[in-house]
Unconditional design. Structure first.
Lengths: 151, 442
C-alpha cells in the first residue's frame, strides 16, 4: 500500500487549484455539513433549473481529500440532471466501498472520470468520510432544492 | 528518507527512565505497521499501550479468581471481593486518597456524568440529605474553554436540565488559562467549578490553587479532570484540595472500561445515585428503596472487576517507575520536541512553547498541509499521532485553526521517537511540496 495511491496527482491538483470554489447567487438550497470526528466543514449551494443542476457552489475547510473531492464533484455534476448527478454519487459511494479493488475502479471510470482517482482513498477507512462529505452535502441540497425533506 | 535531515543540535538531557527496559514490557511496541515500519506510538494521550504486567494481572484474575464481587459467599466470590477491594486500596493510595472515596466508573466521561446527573437528581431527591448540592435557576456552573468535550457537554446538559447557567474561563493567546476574571466568573452563585489539570490538546497545566481557593471561598464544589494528569504526574488529592478528581484507566497503562471518580467523603455522602440497580442498595421494597453508602451507592451492577485489577497493576507499575520520574522524563522529551519541531520552517505549536507548567501533549500545524494529511504521511512511516480537534473543538476554534496534529509521550517514549516525528514532518513537507515554498503556500 503506497501513500501515492491515495494522493494521486489529480487529487493534489484539485486540492491546490479547486474548480468552482466560492458561494454564488442565485441558489435554491444551501446546506452545511461537518465531519464531527475531524471538524472538516463544507457549505454547499445548488441551483436547479427544471431538473438540471445549473450550478453547485461551495466553501469549505478540510484536508486535501475532502477539498479535492468537492472540486472533482463540481466538474462531474454541474450541467447534468439531478438524477444523473445523484446516480454518479451512488457510483462514488461504490468506489469508496471497494477497499481498493481495481476492478471496481475500472468499471466506474466512465461514470466518475477524474474522481476515479479517489479509489486509493477506499483503502484508508478513516479517510473515506472525508471524500464522501461533499457528495452527502450534494444529495441533501438537491433534495431540499426539489422541495422535499433531506434524503 | 533521512538523507536530507540536518543533524539536530538540540541538547538531549539524560532521560530519567530506561526507555529500552520499559519498552521491553510492552508487547505491542514490537510490532510493525504499514508494510513493515516499526511502530512509533505517539498517541498515548488518546489511549496508552499496556505493559505485560497489566495484561498478566487481568489474565491472573480470570484464570484464578473470577467471580462477581460483593455477591455470594462461595470461595471464589470471597476471593474476587478481596481482590477487587485490594485493587481499590492500591488505586486510592496512588492518588493519596482513601478507598471509600474511590468510585469505579467506565472512564472519565462516565465519572463526570455521574456527578452531573447526581446534581440534577438532587433537585427531586425525596431524601433531604441528598438535596444539598441541587442546582437550579440562578445557580451557575463554571468550566474553562480548554476542557475536553467530556468535561464540557455534561455541564451544558446539566444546565439545560436544571435552568442553571454555564460560565467559563477563557484562554490567553499563548495557550494559558485566563484567570483575570476569575473573581467575577466564580461568584456566590457558583455551585461547581470544573477544570482540567492538563489540557489534552495544548498540554497546559492551569494553576489550580487560585481556582480551588476562590471556588471554596464562595462555597462551590471543585472538580479536577485528571484524565491527562494522573497518568503523567504525581497527583495527591489531599494536597490538591479539590472535591472531585476523575481519571481513566486506559490512559495510564491500564485496561479500557475502567475509570475513577474520587470524591471527598462528605461530598459523596451527600450525593444521590446516578445509576441504580443491584449492589448499590441498602433495603429494597416494592414501594421504594434506600441506598448504600459510598462508594457502593455509585457502583450499580456487577463491576468491571478484571479491569480494576488491571488498573491496580498499572498503578503499581507506575509507582515502581516513580511518578516524579515519569513527569521529568516527559518534560525532557517535551523540551527537546518543542525545540526540534519549531526549528522546522512552517511548523507552529498551538499551546505553550516552553515547558513551564506544561505537559507532553504537543499540538502543531504545518503551513500548507492540513493536519489530516500530515497525520497520513506520518502514519505511512509507522508514526501514530492524533489529528483533528481532539474532542476540544472550542480550543481549535479559539486559535483559528481547523484542526491540529498532536503528539503525546509516555514512559516508553525516547528521543528516537521524537526524531522520527520531526523527520516525518519534514517528509510530509517534501511530499506535499511545501518545504521550499512555505511562505507562499495556501
Ligand atoms: C482531558 C480529558 N478529559 C476527559 C477525557 C475523557 O476520557 P475518556 O474518553 O476515557 O472518558 C479525555 C480523553 O481524551 C481527556 O483527554
Amino acid at each position: 500500500m503506497k501513500l501515492q495511491d491515495m494522493y494521486q496527482e489529480i487529487i493534489l491538483d484539485h486540492y491546490r487549484n479547486p474548480h468552482g470554489r466560492g458561494l454564488r447567487e442565485p441558489f435554491d438550497a444551501e446546506v452545511h455539513h461537518v465531519n464531527p470526528t475531524c471538524g472538516d466543514e463544507v457549505t454547499l449551494r445548488v441551483k436547479v433549473d427544471g431538473d438540471t443542476l445549473t450550478d453547485v457552489s461551495y466553501e469549505g475547510m478540510g484536508c486535501s481529500i475532502s477539498q479535492a473531492s468537492v472540486s472533482a464533484m463540481y466538474d462531474l455534476v454541474v450541467g447534468r440532471s439531478v438524477q444523473d448527478a445523484l446516480a454518479t454519487g451512488d457510483d462514488f459511494m461504490k468506489l469508496m466501498q471497494a477497499k481498493g479493488d481495481q476492478a471496481v475502479a475500472d468499471e466506474l471510470e466512465d461514470s466518475l472520470e477524474d474522481a476515479v482517482a479517489f479509489a486509493g482513498v477506499s483503502k484508508y477507512p478513516a479517510r473515506i468520510k472525508c471524500a464522501l462529505m461533499s457528495w452527502m452535502a450534494l444529495k441533501d441540497a438537491s433534495a431540499r432544492a426539489w422541495g422535499g425533506p433531506a434524503a | 528518507m533521512t538523507a536530507t535531515a540536518p543533524r539536530s543540535t538540540t541538547e538531549r538531557a539524560p532521560l530519567p527512565l530506561d526507555v529500552a527496559a520499559v519498552r521491553a514490557d510492552f508487547p505491542i511496541l514490537g510490532r510493525s505497521v504499514r508494510d513493515g515500519k516499526p511502530l512509533v506510538y505517539l498517541d498515548s494521550g488518546a489511549t496508552s499501550q499496556k505493559p505485560r504486567q497489566v495484561l498478566d494481572a487481568e489474565r491472573w484474575f480470570y484464570e484464578n479468581v473470577n467471580a462477581a464481587p460483593h455477591r455470594g459467599a462461595h470461595a471464589l466470590a470471597e476471593e474476587a471481593t478481596e481482590a477487587y477491594e485490594a485493587a481499590r486500596a492500591t488505586i486510592a493510595s496512588f492518588i493519596g486518597g482513601q478507598p471509600d472515596e474511590v468510585v469505579f466508573t467506565r472512564n472519565s466521561t462516565e465519572a463526570i456524568n455521574l456527578v452531573a446527573y447526581a446534581m440534577s437528581n438532587a433537585v427531586t431527591a425525596k431524601e433531604p440529605e441528598f438535596r444539598r448540592y441541587a442546582v437550579g435557576q440562578g445557580d451557575e456552573v463554571v468550566v474553562t474553554e480548554m476542557e475536553h468535550h467530556a468535561n464540557l457537554v455534561p455541564w451544558q446538559q446539566l444546565c439545560e436540565r436544571t435552568g442553571a447557567t454555564l460560565r467559563w474561563l477563557g484562554l490567553t493567546d499563548d495557550g494559558r488559562l485566563d484567570l483575570s476574571d476569575l473573581d467575577t466568573v466564580v461568584n456566590e452563585r457558583t455551585k461547581l467549578v470544573t477544570v482540567t489539570q492538563q489540557s489534552n490538546i495544548l498540554g497546559t497545566m492551569p494553576p489550580l490553587q487560585p481556582i480551588i481557593e476562590r471556588a471554596h471561598a464562595v462555597g462551590a464544589l471543585v472538580m479536577v479532570d485528571g484524565a491527562q494528569s494522573v497518568p503523567h504526574q504525581p497527583v495527591d488529592v489531599a494536597a490538591l484540595g479539590a472535591d472531585f478528581l476523575v481519571f481513566s484507566g486506559h490512559k495510564m497503562l491500564g485496561p479500557t472500561g475502567v475509570g475513577v471518580l474520587w470524591g471527598r467523603a462528605e461530598v459523596l455522602a451527600a450525593l444521590p445515585p446516578f445509576l441504580t440497580g443491584g449492589s448499590m442498595i441498602e433495603v429494597v421494597r416494592m414501594e421504594g428503596s434506600t441506598f448504600a453508602p459510598p462508594p457502593q451507592r455509585f457502583e450499580a451492577g456487577v463491576p468491571m472487576t478484571a479491569q480494576v485489577i488491571g488498573l491496580a497493576a498499572a498503578c503499581d507499575y507506575l509507582t515502581a517507575l516513580g511518578m516524579e520520574n515519569v513527569l521529568a522524563h516527559e518534560e525532557a522529551l517535551t523540551e527537546y520536541a518543542l525545540a526540534e519541531l519549531q526549528a522546522i520552517p512552517g511548523v507552529t505549536v498551538i499551546g505553550p512553547v516552553d515547558t513551564v507548567a506544561r505537559g507532553g501533549a504537543i499540538s502543531f500545524t504545518v503551513e500548507g498541509i492540513h493536519p489530516h494529511d500530515v497525520g497520513q504521511v506520518l502514519d505511512d512511516q509507522g508514526i501514530a499521532v492524533r489529528v483533528g480537534h481532539h474532542c476540544a473543538w472550542p480550543v481549535v476554534r479559539r486559535y483559528g485553526v481547523p484542526a491540529t496534529t498532536r503528539a503525546t509521550f509516555y514512559v516508553h517514549t525516547g528521543y528516537d521517537d521524537v526524531d522520527a516525528l520531526v523527520e516525518g514532518v519534514r517528509h510530509a513537507q517534501r511530499f506535499f511540496g511545501v518545504d521550499t515554498q512555505v511562505e507562499e503556500a495556501r
